[in-house]
Design a protein around this ligand. Structure first.
Ligand SMILES: [Zn+2]
Length: 84
């Protein structure tokens, strides 16, 4: 009962673990408004999670670069086959 009351007073309260899960989920799908708000509020109050967010964003751009590189590699392979 105490727990329920506490979560009602602070509806957007999330633990760092939940925030980490949201940051990762955000890479795959759009988050519901309440999750986006909770995320923003937590990132303003927390020291560790913004650091983790940067890591996720870095990972995303590295992945994108890797995908581009692989796509380019496939193109080169196709071109090489045509030349044979
Ligand atoms: Zn946190």
């Amino acid at each position: 009962m105490v727990h329920e009351r506490a979560s009602a007073v602070i509806p957007f309260r999330r633990t760092c673990k939940q925030v980490a899960a949201l940051l990762i989920a955000r890479e795959d799908r759009a988050l519901a408004l309440q999750h986006r708000l909770a995320l923003r509020l937590h990132l303003m109050a927390c020291e560790a999670c913004p650091r983790f967010e940067r890591q996720v964003l870095t990972m995303r751009s590295s992945l994108q670069a890797w995908r581009n590189y692989m796509a380019k590699g496939e193109d080169d392979e196709q071109t090489a086959k045509l030349r044979r």
